[in-house]
Design a protein around this ligand. Structure first.
Ligand SMILES: Nc1ncnc2c1ncn2[C@@H]1O[C@H](COP(=O)(O)OP(=O)(O)OP(=O)(O)O)[C@@H](O)[C@H]1O
Ligand SMILES: [Mg+2]
Length: 323
């Protein structure tokens, strides 16, 4: 049984307009996603800006209530769980946010920020919590003197370490890591990624690791899901996806990875423009539509749900993007 199991999940936001601010359309940020994460597994989730990655992450940790579909964690359905079920659940599912500067309250010291999860869960005495805070700082490679400083006194990489310390405080089983290194300098990125890998080994954590490009997730993930406009286009074990991509969008993301050796560069298919708006998305294959593929029309009206092409390798059976 998977630790996390998502079935046909949808997260639609109402778009309001007119004088009465009625709902006039819906923004289909996440539109029918099924995905599992096993114990100790890292699943990478990759896609361009605006394709719905953060929304999916927030729905999983239940900061958002899904419009449709289901989420089950450790065998328990949490799709519409209320606060009573969610509070104990929150110990086990945590999220690390894209921008650590925004997710940490600037008026709280690191000590307050790290103590808060224990207080919310009513864990430990004041003295015990201080020992746990010291342990956490040590685990994420910060000195104990960091406890009495404020988030703005730290560099971006150190701030993300505080975000990670907060996420692991309650010894969760799953962490949704939402682009945890994209705001960081390249030299610091690998330090933070290594910290996440070490913590995973030590604590047996599972990660849903979100990134916008395929390069970051390569060394982190057991499996990788490629997302486009609220849907998964391709899902496969990491090596398989990198060696044998099937979907044109996955190929385009692979082509976007910088290759230092010019002799090894292949002809690139560059992505033009942005991901189209999830309000009134095109019919049929959204990527074929964006690339004005001559066979896009063939995909309209087709069942594009993922098909298994080899063990564990799933792809949308789209006539224009899959050859
Ligand atoms: N609370 C909200 N209300 C309405 N629309 C929203 C809301 N949150 C997100 N959206 C819309 O959902 C879509 C997906 O947004 P999301 O933040 O999930 O994308 P993302 O893949 O995380 O992008 P990025 O890589 O830039 O972080 C966007 O079109 C966004 O405008
Ligand atoms: Mg995001």
């Amino acid at each position: 049984m998977s630790l996390l199991s998502i079935q046909n999940l949808k997260m639609h936001f109402p778009v309001r307009g007119g004088v009465l601010m009625r709902s006039i359309a819906s923004c289909k940020a996440v539109d029918g996603i099924s995905l599992d994460v096993g114990t100790g597994e890292t699943v990478g989730l990759v896609g361009e800006s605006g394709c719905g990655k953060t929304t999916l992450g927030k729905a999983i940790v239940r900061l958002l209530e899904p419009t449709d579909g289901s989420i089950s964690f450790d065998g328990q359905d949490i799709t519409h769980a209320g606060i009573r079920t969610l509070r104990p659940m929150r110990r086990h599912i945590q999220m690390i946010f894209q921008d650590p500067a925004e997710s940490l309250n600037p008026r709280h010291t690191v000590r307050d920020l790290l103590e808060e999860p224990f207080i919310v869960q009513k864990l430990g005495t004041k003295a015990e919590r201080q020992t746990w805070i010291a342990d956490l700082l040590d685990k994420v490679g910060l000195s104990s003197s960091a406890a009495d400083r404020f988030p703005f006194e730290f560099s971006g990489g150190q701030r993300q370490r505080i975000g990670i310390a907060r996420a692991i405080a309650l010894k969760p089983k799953l962490i949704v890591c939402d682009e945890p290194v994209s705001a960081l300098d390249v030299s610091v990125q690998s330090q933070v990624l290594n910290l996440l890998l070490d913590l995973q080994k030590e604590m047996g954590l599972s990660y849903l690791f979100i990134a916008h490009g395929l390069s970051v997730v390569k060394h982190m993930s057991d499996r990788v899901a490629v997302m486009y406009l609220g849907k998964i286009m391709e899902l496969a074990p990491a090596q398989e996806l990198y060696n044998n991509p099937k979907h044109a969008y996955t190929k385009a993301l692979l082509d976007a990875i910088p290759v230092p050796d010019p002799a090894k560069r292949r002809k690139r298919q560059l992505l033009q423009g942005d991901v189209p708006s999830p309000i009134n998305p095109p019919e049929g294959c959204a990527f074929g539509h964006r690339m004005s593929h001559p066979r896009w029309k063939d995909s309209v009206g087709m069942d594009l749900s993922l098909k298994e092409v080899s063990p564990g390798h799933w792809v949308q059976p789209c006539p224009c993007c899959v050859s």
